[in-house]
Design a protein around this ligand. Structure first.
Ligand SMILES: [Zn+2]
Length: 584
């Protein structure tokens, strides 16, 4: 196998316009080049070469790809041959194969995902069922032409994908492994993305490895990603990084937004350096990835409270990786998408230009909310600022931050330094959350189990969502995590809940079966409901007349038996043990 970075280096050095120009007569139109399509043999200039994106695209037959794909499609080369051919032209030497080599075993997965991407894109253009997706794009002011260049697609509800892929000779196991198809409990297989607008997700080699599907109309979750597969690790990729990395190097900055649509809108205004995490909070791997391409990240998230929390969480992750972090503040009620639509690219440019350093932004917000006005307020303000200082791993930036915060809070820098050094462990849980979790021992165990089951796979998540709702969660923190999982928006969690989610993810099922855990939790929820009912009956009994007392007591006894069948109480277990029953 040829190393990734060499493939990358070769692609970047290739003169795409020159190479394709040998086969097609290209003329410049704006930033792109147009010519007759060599694939469908057109005579009009429907074939575009877009050097900024390193890709070509035909608006008639929809052939698309990069310099390697061009050789593969036009001259029938395989991937390694295409890479070697381009390398030869740009004068880069590719080390000869050494040791045992063979084709990449993941090749069939790449092929399956690429084939599916073509098929999804065709559905978006042609399928009557995709009218809802086309209407949706229209409502978001995205033209079909723009959608096509971005490679957007549509996943219909039926089994069309399966039939089409099998018709092309793709095996079911490969479709499963590539995350395109899911297996139901009864063994039947259905496409993963049903009734969704699909955004292709590329790896750094610009190969499509996964999709993110936005629901159209009613349904949950709003965004559904491909599962982790041998070719897709979502914590290690960023949406649009394959294109944005070129722009980042030129602009010496990255713009981090929340979702795919924000990326789409911003890139349509001509900004190249835009990326988004993939439906999760920003991970350390993603921050490290950014750090390889740019020294500076501007966070452009919504300005509401959840948006701010997501901003500061992402900010801390970036600071740990020694990135300079700024926050751009959108006008009240706007997201990047609406801002550009309503006020144009100029307004966006102003917002980016006015971005301020993340610590300063925090101080601004705390000042505006009056925190520095009183002594207890200053203490709380400090607690809010300390995590940012602690997250800052760059020594110079950290020193600067210490000075800034000391001044803002009116304390000596040395005192602050001690404070920062003294408590390197995470700050204690906020009072609103901690006692409740602590008090509700058995209850929180049920809630925790439900969340663990939800985290064990999308099918499980849907099953939990079908049986349980947020009212079943007494703990604020667990309820917040439940909501975030239900909406597929974990990046919006506050600090405490986000840490709880991370803990749960780290815990996992720990060998337990999701099936058993789920049944246990449901039983206990039902038992709790009955317990509350029993307590209510007891209160009635205390106040009832003698006649009613008998009736109510019988009712209570029946209910108690039902409850105990659901959940053997401590006493039942105890008497069972005395009788010599196994287990403890
Ligand atoms: Zn064509």
């Amino acid at each position: 196998m040829i190393p990734d970075d060499i493939i990358e280096q070769v692609r970047e050095s290739a003169d795409l316009v020159g190479i394709i120009g040998e086969h097609v007569e290209l003329k410049r139109t704006g930033a792109d080049y147009r010519g007759p399509c060599p694939f469908h043999g057109g005579t009009h200039r429907n074939f575009a070469v877009i050097p900024k994106k390193g890709m070509f695209y035909c608006f008639v037959c929809h052939e698309a790809g990069d310099v390697y794909t061009f050789f593969m499609k036009k001259l029938g080369m395989d991937y390694p041959t295409a890479v070697r051919e381009v390398a030869r032209r740009v004068g880069i030497t590719i080390p000869e194969r050494s040791g045992p080599t063979g084709p990449d075993p993941r090749e069939p997965l790449y092929a399956a995902v690429a084939t599916a991407a073509d098929w999804f894109a065709r559905q978006l253009r042609e399928s009557p069922e995709a009218e809802i997706a086309r209407k949706y794009l229209e409502s978001r002011h995205v033209t079909m032409e723009q959608a096509q260049v971005q490679g957007l697609g549509f996943g219909p509800r039926g089994s069309g994908l399966l039939d089409a892929m099998k018709g092309l000779g793709l095996r079911e196991e490969v479709l499963l492994e590539a995350g395109l198809v899911v297996k139901r409990e009864d063994g039947s297989k259905v496409p993963r993305f049903r009734g969704r607008l699909l955004f292709p997700i590329h790896d750094l080699r610009s190969r499509i490895v996964a999709f993110s599907g936005r629901i159209l109309g009613e349904g949950e979750p709003k965004y559904l990603n491909s599962p982790e597969t041998p070719i897709f690790h979502k914590g290690q990729l960023l949406y649009n990084l394959h294109l944005a990395k070129h722009g980042m190097r030129k602009a010496e900055r990255a713009i981090l937004v929340e979702g795919q649509f924000d990326v789409l809108r911003l890139t349509l205004t001509g900004l190249e350096e835009v990326v988004a995490p993939l439906g999760t909070g920003l991970t350390d791997d993603q921050a490290a990835l950014l750090q390889r391409h740019t020294p500076h990240v501007i966070l452009l998230y919504d300005s509401d409270d959840p948006g701010l929390r997501a901003t500061f969480r992402a900010g801390d992750v970036l600071l740990r990786h020694k990135l300079r972090v700024s926050v751009a503040t959108l006008p009240e009620g706007e997201d990047p998408d609406t801002l550009v639509q309503n006020k144009g690219a100029v307004a966006l440019e102003r917002v980016l230009k006015d971005s301020v350093d993340i610590l300063e932004r925090k101080i601004q917000i705390l000042t505006r909310r009056g925190y520095f006005g009183s002594l207890p307020g200053r203490r709380r303000a400090l607690d809010a600022l300390l995590p940012t200082i602690r997250a800052t791993h760059d020594a110079v930036a950290r020193d600067l931050y210490l000075a800034t915060v000391a001044e803002a809070a009116g304390i000596r820098k040395e005192t602050l330094e001690e404070e920062v050094r003294g408590r390197m462990e995470p700050p204690p849980l906020k009072t609103t959350a901690a006692p409740q979790v602590a008090q509700s021992g058995p209850v929180s165990r049920i809630e925790k189990s439900l969340l663990l089951v939800m985290l064990s796979g999308d099918e499980w998540k849907s099953r939990v969502l079908a049986e349980v709702d947020r009212e079943n969660f007494a703990s604020d923190v667990y309820r917040a995590v439940f909501d975030a999982l239900a909406e597929d928006r974990p990046e919006r969690l506050d600090e405490v809940s986000a840490r709880t989610l991370e803990d749960l993810q780290a815990t996992g099922l720990g060998g337990a079966s999701a099936d058993e855990l789920f049944a246990w939790a449901l039983n206990n929820i039902e038992a709790d409901r009955k317990s509350r009912e029993i307590a209510r009956l007891q209160r009635e009994i205390d106040l009832a007349s003698e006649d009613d007392k008998v009736r109510l007591t019988l009712e209570k006894r029946a209910l108690t038996d039902e409850r105990n069948a659901k959940r053997p109480t401590w006493k039942v277990l105890e008497s069972a043990r005395r009788k010599g029953a196994p287990g403890s």
